[in-house]
Write a protein that binds this ligand. Structure first.
Ligand SMILES: NC(=O)c1ccc[n+]([C@@H]2O[C@H](COP(=O)([O-])OP(=O)(O)OC[C@H]3O[C@@H](n4cnc5c(N)ncnc54)[C@H](OP(=O)(O)O)[C@@H]3O)[C@@H](O)[C@H]2O)c1
Length: 288
């Protein structure tokens, strides 16, 4: 995918999580280059500023990229991030749930398993809080960066484990469950948003040479390299395809290499998707 400058995106607004490095950084840059104003939500103003400066230099304008503080492992921070954006009274045409971690172990501030809390529940709440604005801004899109790693979660969801500390040695089992949750979430979100003009996409970006592997034990990293790592530029292509080109009537599907791909059997389980949706709603409401 090679989005060319397209004035039809002028005036459109995107919010992307985890855009200070990796796939998110490239995604934010390319969206700004085609005309979007981009809000970069992340944990470090300082580290995000470098990307904001890069964007402003690329688009030759000083007001097309902004930072929003966001810690996805704290639901209060997610609420504050959404509130800060909503207070600006801007439209929102594109939400990209990109941030993610793999291999970090523990629990979030509210006691959820770390990968599930950061990769799924934080983004679930952020999306809920921005839904009315997305609908009011339609046509709009929600793109969630999932992973082929969802295939590891073939045994389904252990609901109790989601409220405990990470149990596996490498954290990769829990990462797989969190990425399964991303796909189930995106599929159910499409049903909730049917007829609203807001379409949703989940995707695998490829195996990409980014910092996401920093917590993965060193002895496992050569295995990743053997699989042929993509550059972050290459890794952003499927996100950009879903954000800019995928047909709106393909809402709720999963993509790989800029094409629709059938995810695992369990990731297609509509009942499980609804159960996850309802449980996630209860969890974020209980915390208020
Ligand atoms: N790289 C791959 O091979 C690959 C494969 C499949 C899927 N993915 C997915 O692609 C997405 C982007 O990852 P990447 O490869 O670009 O990795 P990355 O370079 O490590 O970027 C991850 C981003 O997520 C942010 N983040 C992590 N934990 C956070 C938290 N608690 N609160 C807020 N932000 C947080 C990071 O912020 P900090 O800089 O502050 O840590 C960073 O901006 C992730 O969802 C990942 O699961 C990646």
């Amino acid at each position: 995918m090679n989005p060319s400058v397209n004035s039809s995106y002028q005036g459109r607004v995107a919010l992307i999580t985890g855009a200070n490095v990796g796939i998110g950084r490239v995604t934010a840059l390319r969206l700004a280059e085609v005309g979007f104003t981009v809000f970069l939500a992340g944990r470090s103003a300082q580290r995000t500023q470098a990307v904001i400066d890069e964007i402003h230099a690329a688009v030759k304008s000083p007001d097309r990229a902004f930072y929003l503080p966001l810690q996805l492992d704290d639901l209060n921070s997610v609420r504050a991030c959404a509130a800060q954006f909503l207070a600006l009274e801007r439209p929102l045409h594109l939400l990209i749930n990109n941030a993610g971690m793999a291999g970090d172990k523990g629990q979030t501030r509210q006691g959820f398993e770390k990968a599930f809390g950061v990769n799924h529940l934080g983004h679930f709440l952020l999306t809920q809080l921005l839904l009315d604005t997305l609908k009011a801004s339609a046509p709009a899109r929600v793109v969630t960066v999932a992973s082929r790693a969802h295939l590891m979660a073939y045994q389904g969801v252990d609901w109790q484990a989601l409220q405990q500390t990470t149990r596996s040695l490498t954290g990769t089992v829990e990462y797989g469950v969190s990425k399964l949750a991303n796909i189930l979430f995106s599929a159910h979100l499409a049903k909730v948003l049917a007829g609203s003009g807001v379409s949703t996409y989940a995707l695998h970006p490829g195996v990409v040479d980014t910092e996401v592997w920093r917590e993965v034990p060193r002895f496992l990293r050569p295995l990743l390299r053997l699989r042929g790592l993509l550059t972050p530029e290459e890794g952003a292509q499927t996100t950009l395809y879903c954000a800019l080109q995928a047909p709106a009537n393909e809402s709720g599907l999963y993509y790989d290499k800029c094409r629709v791909k059938t995810p695992s059997r369990i990731a297609q389980d509509a009942e499980l998707a609804e159960q996850l949706w309802n449980q996630s709603l209860q969890w974020v409401k209980a915390d208020q």
